[in-house]
Design a protein around this ligand. Structure first.
Ligand code: GLA
Length: 419
């Protein structure tokens, strides 16, 4: 994709995020939305309704199941926590039946466990689930949320005029800056804009990178390969040089939406694919699963320290380096993704996105890394470390010598070190 000179000038002049030292790596945690949506019937669904119990249990499990140690440091409330009307003072309050101890107590519970308190509201008149939004009450609501001790605010974009998003998100960002509390700001924009910003609207881009630490680009994730692969395709379509990639980096991350690893809709191969590629995309990593039901295999994916460390690298997100749909071998559909890491190595994911036939032998061509700044030729030598086996591959390779079989709907992930 070629950029206009005006857009290139905008990208060149970007000041990179709020520069407040927050979200230097993509945020990580657990978020209720995809797995628990907006179930409010606690009588019928006591273990899975949106209530303080759900978030307290998630906090406990994050700690006891090793996720906090692996880097998942926050529990995030999503939609449907509030009452339907403001109180007599005009403030938002949590639903008293489902949050009888109140949100300050819930935040304290998380903080005492060493977990950050992630929060949710909407910039429009209502949330997507029809609960209270912040429109017209930005200062009042932020004051209230700060008094509850929130550390992260996902501010959704339902029931908001798109033409007002620029000014409204900017205003909230300023109020957060002046709040006296460190709060990571997650904007749901351009997710609501036509074409999800794929036409690279320069104004949106410049604003986002100045006022939000992270922002949702694309559709809501669902627990299916169809949904997860559509998100991957969004980034694979938007190849080299796109401004959204160029503004990613410390304090400024594109959010590909929650991880589905640990749920029911993806095979293990598909789970590996989502996790590996979210590391390349430098996306926030939010689990949205019942932490009591994660299989040992899925847990091993979620707690793979080497892949997490690629995700958390304080560098620009990676891109697709090649995408081959081989006619007449129509069953061959393979991509190479790469991300330049700050220690001078490269994370590479070889994806077989075909869904017919057995494995495909994917060749890795080291010269592709020139697209992400490596000084390489077809003769360059390199070694490979496989991040899913946790082992170095034996030998040193030259050019496109390295070949690995990759199953359909699956990936292999490596760290490439230039010799
Ligand atoms: C939107 C967001 C989701 C979730 C729901 C809540 O769809 O994109 O992540 O927060 O609203 O209603």
């Amino acid at each position: 994709m070629k950029l206009s000179s005006a857009l290139l000038a905008i990208v060149a002049s970007l000041s990179y995020a709020k520069k407040d030292g927050q979200a230097l790596s993509p945020p990580m945690g657990w978020m209720s939305w995809q797995r628990y949506v907006c179930e409010t019937d606690c009588e019928t669904y006591p273990d899975s309704c949106i209530s303080e119990n759900l978030y307290m249990k998630a906090t406990d499990l994050l700690v006891s199941e090793g996720y906090l140690d692996a880097g998942y440091s926050q529990v995030s409330i999503d939609d449907c926590w509030s009452t339907q009307e403001r109180d007599d003072n005009g403030d938002q309050q949590a639903n008293p039946d489902r949050f009888p101890s109140g949100l300050k107590a819930l935040g304290d519970y998380m903080h005492n466990a060493g977990v950050k308190f992630g929060f949710y509201s909407d910039i429009g008149t209502h949330t997507c689930g029809g609960y209270l939004g912040m429109k017209g009450n930005f200062q009042r609501d932020i004051d209230k949320f700060v008094s509850w001790g929130i550390d992260y605010l996902k501010l959704d974009g339902c029931y908001e005029d798109i033409a007002e998003m620029h000014d409204d998100y900017t205003e909230v960002s300023k109020i957060l800056d002046a709040s006296g509390r460190d709060i990571v700001f997650s904007c749901s924009w351009p997710a609501y804009v036509n074409n999800h910003g794929e036409d690279n609207d320069g104004e949106i881009l410049q604003t986002l990178s100045e006022i939000c630490h992270t922002w949702r680009n694309f559709d809501d994730v669902a627990d299916s390969w169809n949904s997860v692969s559509s998100i991957i395709d969004y980034w694979a379509r938007n190849t080299t040089d796109i401004p959204f990639v160029q503004v990613s980096g410390p304090g400024s991350w594109n959010d590909a939406d929650m991880l589905m690893v640990g749920n029911n809709g993806l095979s293990l191969s598909e789970e590996r694919t989502q996790f590996a590629l979210y590391a390349i995309f430098a996306s926030p990593l939010f689990l949205s699963t019942d932490l009591t039901k994660v299989s040992p295999e899925s847990k091993a994916i979620l707690q793979n320290r080497e892949i997490i460390s690629v995700n958390q690298d304080q560098s620009q997100q990676g891109i697709v380096l090649s995408d081959i749909s081989n006619d007449p071998d129509w069953w061959v559909n393979v991509r190479t993704f790469g991300r330049a890491l700050s220690d001078g190595t490269y994370a590479v994911v070889l994806q077989n996105y075909g869904n017919m036939g057995p494995y495909v032998n994917i060749k890795f061509d080291v010269s592709l890394l020139s697209q992400i700044g490596a000084s390489v030729t077809t003769e360059s030598q390199y070694t490979m470390r496989n991040l899913y086996t946790g082992k170095d591959v034996e030998g040193t390779f030259t050019g496109d010598e390295f070949v690995v079989p990759v199953e359909s709907s699956s990936v292999e992930m490596f760290i490439v070190t230039l010799a």
